[in-house]
Design a protein around this ligand. Structure first.
Ligand code: ZN
Length: 390
């Protein structure tokens, strides 16, 4: 019933009964329970219809909200999404985390999270989810972040919870590319239920969605697109291997190849990112050549992925959303040449409307989605109420 109410069309009790096959009486008593738990609100009855008017039902924006925090290589971000899926607060801050000890970065991320919480004093935040640029296992433990020295074997969500001084009912940590892909699925609603969302940052990540659900692999540690080898003789990567995609198509590699101001550790990558986009738009030949090489490498790596798992759609996100006009043609060429199924089932190539904010948005929405999927797990008192209500 809650799932039906979470849809886009504000259904009435009668419509939910029609969709779920439950009786109107059962739906009404379940809706009363959901209203009582503060998860659902009933609007004014819709006049002008034949028969007794029904009240359109909505998720209650005063219900349990989610706090998302993203710790990336060159910025932190914090976002709050309420129970109705609306963004209520957004903060982000550029800083190069490669030169700071993890404790200091966690302090900064917590300060940003606190500012977001303070910006919405009336909102009950039930959960915290953290996006990080590294390998996170199924228990939410960050095993390794190749671009963040010293970040190994850390329970990042617990560290932040302790710094925020709040006990969250839901607490999780996930790879930023996974959370960006979930945000794409929940907020941008791509046509296909099978897609890969590519997060272009200093690292290059992929979130693979198969039949509407995130593909996690056996350990949760896969989908490391940035470490697919594209040039056996290429430069040494932060992961230790040689010729990884990230060393051609990652943001820092791009800035370096385009002759930009960044490249040295500690330089302002936020400004370098803007400068890169500006140079590309102004038609700087060195920048366009670097982007062309990056697009070709990205296309080759993605073609390997499509040949293996057969997704039907690829969505470019992160910095690639801004750079799409300068790389998408080369990506498409590589896919056309290398994907064997191309003649019968061409891959759709698109650009994410969410840009760099996708991962933190997905993080903030994660606690809300957990509650929507299984409200009784988080509000067990509902069971008692519904048993009494019949
Ligand atoms: Zn690598």
């Amino acid at each position: 019933v809650l799932g039906a109410i979470a849809g886009p069309d504000r259904p009435t009790r009668a419509q939910i009964a029609g969709r779920t096959g439950l009786t109107k009486t059962t739906v009404s008593s379940l809706v009363d329970v959901l209203v009582g738990a503060g998860l659902v609100s009933a609007g004014d009855p819709d006049r002008g219809l034949v028969g007794r008017p029904g009240s359109p039902l909505d998720l209650d924006p005063r219900g349990p909200a989610g706090l998302g925090v993203e710790i990336n290589v060159d910025y932190c971000a914090a976002t709050i999404v309420d129970f109705a899926g609306q963004v209520r607060a957004e903060w982000s801050e550029a800083s190069d985390h490669r030169r700071l000890p993890p404790g200091e970065v966690l302090d900064r991320a917590a300060a940003l999270g606190r500012r977001a919480l303070e910006a919405v004093p009336g909102v009950a935040v039930a959960g915290l989810a953290v996006a990080v640029p590294g390998l996170v296992d199924l228990d939410g433990r960050l095993r390794r972040a190749p671009n963040l020295p010293g970040w190994e074997d850390l329970d990042v969500a617990r560290e932040l919870e302790a710094r925020l001084g709040t006990d969250f009912a839901l607490l999780e940590c996930d790879n930023e590319a996974n959370l960006a892909a979930l945000a794409e699925r929940w907020f941008a609603e791509p046509a296909s239920r099978d897609f890969v969302h590519v997060s272009g940052e200093i690292g290059v990540g992929a979130g693979i969605v198969v039949n509407g659900a995130l593909w996690r692999g056996a350990s949760g540690l896969g989908a490391e697109l940035g470490h697919v080898m594209v040039d056996p003789g290429g430069p040494r990567c932060t992961c230790g291997a040689r010729g990884c995609l990230e060393q051609v198509a990652g943001l820092e590699a791009l800035v370096r190849a385009a002759g930009g101001p960044a490249g040295a550790p500690g330089s302002d990558l936020g400004r370098a990112r803007e400068e890169l986009v500006r140079r590309a738009r102004s038609g700087d030949p060195e920048t366009l050549a670097a982007l062309g090489r990056a697009g070709a490498a990205l296309g080759a790596a993605l073609a390997a992925l499509v040949n293996l798992i057969g997704v039907s759609s690829i969505i470019l996100g992160g910095v690639y959303a801004d750079l799409a006009p300068f790389i998408i043609g080369r990506v498409a060429d590589e896919l056309g040449e290398r994907v064997l199924s191309h003649a019968w089932a061409p891959v759709t190539l698109g650009v994410s409307p969410l840009g760099q904010g996708a991962a933190v948005l997905g993080a903030a929405a994660t606690p809300v989605r957990r509650i929507l999927a299984d409200p009784v797990a988080w509000f067990p008192e509902m069971l008692t109420v519904s048993a009494v209500g019949g």
